[in-house]
Write a protein that binds this ligand. Structure first.
Ligand SMILES: NC(=O)c1ccc[n+]([C@@H]2O[C@H](COP(=O)([O-])OP(=O)(O)OC[C@H]3O[C@@H](n4cnc5c(N)ncnc54)[C@H](O)[C@@H]3O)[C@@H](O)[C@H]2O)c1
Length: 336
């Protein structure tokens, strides 16, 4: 089949392109002009590269013309540190542009797979979900602008199904990483638990008055050596978190493309179980031989986790990597 993947150079998109090429599909990868990672991917696997911007409808036409499947992953993410306007432009308006282009230039497309996020369920920084684990029937109560653009784009996919007969499937991944990001202080994951990176990030946020108390506390820690940070609540408990390997999300999307039962459905996709931030940080500290510093934080995100039971039952989705296996793989790669 002819499959278009937007966000083809990203952590999930690049894995999906590799999988689909290996499975024998004719894959088109769409990315921004000047995206060097897309050039590197094109040199590695037989993907046809198309350049453009979701915000420029005319640049979408050549990429989408005549495809059988669209996998739409390109987005502005919270880890990109962009402002709210950018989420709306790329995630909501950009998805609308791509749906229009698909309807007009790929009239036989059998599926539009939209990669949304579990942020659609997350009420706000300190809010609680209605129940745990969060399944696909949970109300979509996004408390962030990013989450709201995902809710809106999902609704737009449904509208194109009902109005124009374009079949869709929605994927809602949990936090997703490549293994090496977990031990890289410069990655969006590293800044959660490498002390220096957490301070540098909080310094950019503290300019608008948020997190100033936490920043003061972190700055007072002696830092002759690299340390890891563990944020706990006032009772010493750390949050539950779900980190999925990008290769598992790519496998789930591949299963959705091939399953007729996925049409018109939304699926949570995550790892086999949640873990506490303490388990993850202590494991990174153990393998990298770094001290873990505990800080109690009154703004700690409440624990919540999603269920991937529907994806397991309907698609046969089975996550392959745990966060601990990802850490071990990343450490193995850096010491080879
Ligand atoms: N990584 C996560 O933790 C996570 C969690 C839940 C959902 N998601 C969703 O999964 C999808 C893929 O995420 P990822 O982690 O691979 O992100 P990524 O940042 O690695 O990749 C995003 C891709 O989108 C491209 N892009 C951004 N703006 C664009 C534009 N205007 N036009 C064309 N391309 C543009 C980027 O160049 C990049 O290739 C996104 O839709 C994201 O919202 C990611």
């Amino acid at each position: 089949m002819r499959v278009l993947v937007t966000g083809a150079s990203g952590r999930i998109g690049s894995q999906l392109v590799r999988r689909l090429c290996e499975a024998g599909h004719q894959v088109r990868g769409f990315g921004l002009p000047g995206d060097k990672a897309l050039d590197a991917l094109g040199a590695d696997v037989p993907v046809a590269v198309f350049r453009g911007d979701l915000g420029e409808p005319s640049s979408l036409e050549p990429a989408v013309s005549g495809v059988d499947i669209v996998c739409h992953l390109a987005a502005a993410l919270t880890t990109h540190d962009v402002d709210d306007d950018r989420y709306v432009e790329v995630n909501f308006n950009g998805t609308y542009n791509l749906l229009n282009a698909t309807r007009d230039h790929a009239p036989d497309a059998g599926r539009f797979v939209y990669v949304s996020s579990d942020a659609v369920y997350w009420p706000a920084l300190t809010g609680q979900p209605d129940y745990l684990p969060v399944d696909e029937n949970h109300p979509l109560v996004a408390g962030s602008v990013y989450g709201a653009t995902k809710v809106g784009a999902e609704a737009m996919c449904r509208a194109f199904w009902r109005s124009y007969g374009l079949p869709f499937t929605i994927v809602r991944p949990t936090a997703t990483a490549s293994p090496e990001e977990l031990i890289d202080p410069k990655s969006p994951f590293g800044r959660r638990w490498f002390l220096d990176s957490a301070i540098a990030w909080l310094q950019t946020r503290a300019q608008d008055g948020r997190s100033e108390g936490l920043l003061r506390e972190l700055l007072s820690i002696e830092k002759r050596a690299q340390k890891l940070l563990l944020r706990t609540d006032l009772k010493g408990r750390s949050s539950l978190t779900m980190i999925t390997d990008a290769r598992d999300i790519a496998r789930a999307i591949h299963l959705m493309i091939e399953s007729p039962d996925a049409e018109g459905e939304a699926f949570n996709v995550g790892p086999s179980a949640p873990h506490t931030e303490r388990q993850i940080v202590e494991e990174i500290g153990r393998v990298l031989n770094l001290e873990v510093v505990e800080i109690s934080d009154s703004e700690l995100r409440p624990s919540w986790y999603v269920s991937s039971s529907k994806a397991r039952g309907t698609l046969g989705y089975q996550p392959k990597w745990t966060v601990f296996e990802m850490i071990a793989e990343a450490v193995g790669a850096t010491t080879r």
